[in-house]
Design a protein around this ligand. Structure first.
Ligand code: VG1
Ligand code: CO
Length: 542
């Protein structure tokens, strides 16, 4: 075994952003490309001497090779130990749990989350800091700057280690410790939730379907739901993580998890359905004949969290990303606790959680989590729902309509225009930005604009700021439209249009589409979506 220095491949086109570096898998497979990012991250957080890192990924194509590469680089960079999930697996929340419980000096997570995988799909890598959360912008900016500086990386010439066997291996002087990827996370779940009550719920005949979408949550869901909580065998479907997610798109929403929706809305539907994404940090919740929007899910979880042992003392506060509906604010107001509004992306919740200002966080994109880790956590949300259902012994639809009766209902939908020309997308956003001062007072589709701005955020804990985080347009107190461009895509641009309308006295028979139809037309007219993008309707509605 000897140390060598090899040249890097420049990272072009893609700036390592909110969720680390994401690019096409083929781009990542170029020799020296992944290495450029990893060496840069090691340079920024290093020296690694005396340090322990956590490492794992969502099992997508190139995961295992990337793990071996990173292990050898960590050894060459002087790390003491790397804790790696068996088979190279760790869901994002499990990696966060491992970093925190084992007290490692941060870690690397390999995933492009909900983006499709495979040789022709996407790959990604991100560095998480010692609190278990995504690196803040100061770190990701420094890593990006370093990728432009360095021309070489350090590695050890050594055979691959056996990722299939739990135990310790040596790479030079570094220990590569292969761990059970599920155990630490499962242990944490047992502490937070009343497993006995959930076991009784299943024993009473309660039926559930969990769609792991051939992504990383399969092993976690099988172990916890079927083996430990007694859900019947077959409750978890598509449980085997596959390198290409079985050709699917592991984004848990009604469009990409259509089979689950069909089952829950069909004859002989189970009581409860859930799905998770590529790296296991997102969740979709469906009741029998009833889809729960992620924004409503956050609000219901916040209103009922005290029913689970881990939150029995009540929650201190809630944080939601700006485009997430204001349903969570209504719960916070009733409970007399604060509700923070942050830019999109989990990293903005970290400081609030560390400072103990909030207990629960959520995003409209199906991410929900709490202070137990510093990432969103798909299975955690499912278990909290199960704990609530086990205590309240009511159906999802009933819980939801009671929630709306008490708080009113925030009708909500997100329209995505995918694969659009990046310049046209920028021009559309710039056009809206230029118009902002002239918008208040204007009438669109019979709705009058009362406020319009480009969301900027100042972190109440560390004072860091983030500008241009999305255009918000208010039509009085009840209707809101938000426009922003996705930061996680790898080709072209995606425009996200977030539509919402509050109804203080809701009629549960109305679907989101009818209620939000006028709001959608107003959004289209304001941004000139048809004229500028040539699109008549969105690619995905969630
Ligand atoms: C999307 C979601 C955002 C989420 C991010 C990462 O970002 O909208 O809410 O935090 O993905 O999620 P964007 O920029 O494409 O809208 V995941 O599951 O990649 O960790
Ligand atoms: Co994800």
């Amino acid at each position: 075994m000897h140390l060598k220095t090899v040249s890097t491949t420049p990272i072009t086109g893609q700036k390592p952003g909110t969720s680390g570096l994401r690019a096409r898998t083929r781009t990542f497979m170029q020799p020296g490309y992944l290495e450029n990012y990893v060496q840069s991250a090691f340079d920024v957080v290093g020296p690694l001497t005396g340090k322990t890192l956590t490492l794992g990924g969502d099992g997508r194509f190139f995961n295992a090779e990337a793990i071996q590469t990173i292990l050898k680089m960590a050894a060459a960079n002087g790390a003491d130990r790397v804790v790696v999930g068996k088979d190279g697996f760790l869901s994002t929340p499990a990696a966060s749990a491992v970093i925190r419980r084992l007290g490692t000096d941060g870690g690397l997570i390999l995933s492009a989350s909900h983006n499709p995988g495979g040789r022709d799909g996407d790959f990604g890598v991100k560095y998480n800091v010692p609190n278990g959360g995504p690196a803040p912008e100061s770190v990701t900016d420094a890593v990006h700057a370093q990728t432009l500086e360095i021309t070489e990386y350090r590695t050890l010439e050594a055979p691959d280690i056996d990722l299939g066997k739990v135990g310790e291996n040596y790479l030079g002087r570094m220990v590569a410790e292969v761990i059970d990827p599920v155990a630490t996370h499962a242990e944490l779940m047992r502490e937070l939730f009343d497993f006995d009550a959930i076991r009784e719920l299943f024993a009473s005949g309660f039926r559930m379907r969990f769609d792991a979408m051939h992504a990383i949550t399969g092993p976690y869901a099988k172990t916890i739901l079927e083996e430990e909580l007694g859900a019947s065998e077959g409750t978890v479907v598509n449980a085997l993580p596959l390198p290409d997610f079985g050709g699917g798109h592991p984004d848990p929403n009604p469009v990409h998890a259509a089979p689950l929706m069909a089952e829950l809305f069909g004859p002989n539907a189970p009581d409860f359905g859930a799905a998770s994404d590529g790296d296991g940090d997102r969740n979709m919740i469906v009741g029998r004949g009833c889809y729960v929007t992620p924004s409503d899910s956050l609000a219901v979880l916040a209103a009922n969290a005290h029913l689970a042992p881990g939150y029995a003392a009540g929650i201190k506060g809630i944080a939601r990303s700006m485009p997430t509906s204001r349903a969570a604010n209504r719960v916070a107001d009733r409970l007399g606790i604060p509700c923070f509004e942050t830019p999109t992306g989990w990293k903005f919740f970290g400081t609030l959680l560390d400072a103990g200002l909030v207990t629960l966080c959520g995003e409209e994109s199906a991410g929900t989590g709490s202070n137990h880790v510093r990432e969103k956590d798909g299975l955690w949300a499912v278990l909290l729902w199960l704990n609530i259902l086990a205590v309240r012994r009511k159906g999802v639809a009933e819980i939801l309509s009671e929630h709306w009766a008490l708080h009113g209902r925030d009708h909500y939908s997100r329209h995505d225009y995918e694969g659009i020309d990046a310049d046209a997308a920028e021009r559309l956003m710039d056009g809206l930005r230029d118009e902002l001062p002239r918008l208040p007072g204007q009438e669109v589709e019979g709705l009058t604009i009362t406020m319009a701005d480009d969301f900027s955020y100042s972190d109440p804990v560390d004072g860091s700021t983030a500008e241009r985080q999305g255009i918000r347009i208010m039509f009085g107190e009840t209707v809101r439209v938000v426009f922003r461009l996705s930061g996680t895509g790898t080709v072209g641009a995606t425009l996200r249009v977030y539509l919402e309308q509050f109804d203080p006295d809701p009629d549960v028979r109305h679907g989101e589409c009818e209620v939000l139809d006028r709001v959608a037309r107003a959004a289209g007219a304001l941004a000139g979506i048809h004229e500028r993008l040539g699109r008549r309707s969105p690619d995905v509605r969630t």
